[in-house]
Design a binder for this molecule. Structure first.
Ligand SMILES: Nc1ncnc2c1ncn2[C@@H]1O[C@H](COP(=O)(O)OP(=O)(O)OP(=O)(O)O)[C@@H](O)[C@H]1O
Ligand SMILES: [Mg+2]
Length: 149
């Protein structure tokens, strides 16, 4: 995400980094909830806040279910929020396939809990202004998503 032009992204400042525990379904969703609460308190507009919350939740769940845990960093600049979600899990073998609606490798247990519709990554694409996935087999996955106000 480099650009010769100056834009709001040049002014991004780290607000906070949150730890996501792997395979912990009791705690799952708590990080995206904390991000939503924080942004609400600083007056982030509701419509954009909703898109941040969806993006953060879907990314958090993927780190819980597939990534073995990781972290989310929240950055802010005037007019935009950035989420950087990183794990050191197995990586995504075929990103094009993973981005397709309905594609999922969720286990039967995950599906019983209501996950595994294969809609997480497509929802992130829909709700973010820009996003990028960096993934390497055996090394992990980093998803960067910007949500403009
Ligand atoms: N961080 C990750 N590490 C490894 N694999 C991942 C990661 N995130 C997604 N995947 C892979 O991409 C697939 C699609 O992810 P997506 O979030 O779209 O759907 P899902 O998690 O399977 O279902 P849903 O999000 O609807 O509950 C997953 O089933 C998994 O195989
Ligand atoms: Mg998912």
């Amino acid at each position: 995400m480099t650009s010769p032009n100056h834009g709001p992204q040049d002014l991004l400042q780290l607000v906070q980094t949150f730890i996501i525990k792997g395979d912990d379904f009791a705690a799952a969703g708590s990080v995206s909830l904390a991000i939503k609460k924080l942004l609400k308190e600083v007056g982030f507009p509701p419509e954009a806040l909703r898109r941040v919350a969806i993006t953060a939740f879907e990314a958090e769940m993927n780190v819980v279910m597939y990534g073995g845990g990781g972290e989310v960093s929240l950055f802010l600049a005037p007019g935009t929020a950035r989420l950087v979600i990183k794990d050191h899990g197995p990586g995504i073998p075929d990103l094009d396939l993973a981005m397709q609606e309905g594609w999922s490798t969720a286990t039967a247990a995950m599906r019983e809990m209501g996950f595994g519709a294969g809609m997480g990554l497509p929802n992130i694409r829909k709700n973010s202004s820009r996003f990028h996935v960096d993934t390497a087999l055996g090394q992990g996955t980093t998803l960067t998503a910007d949500i403009d106000i």
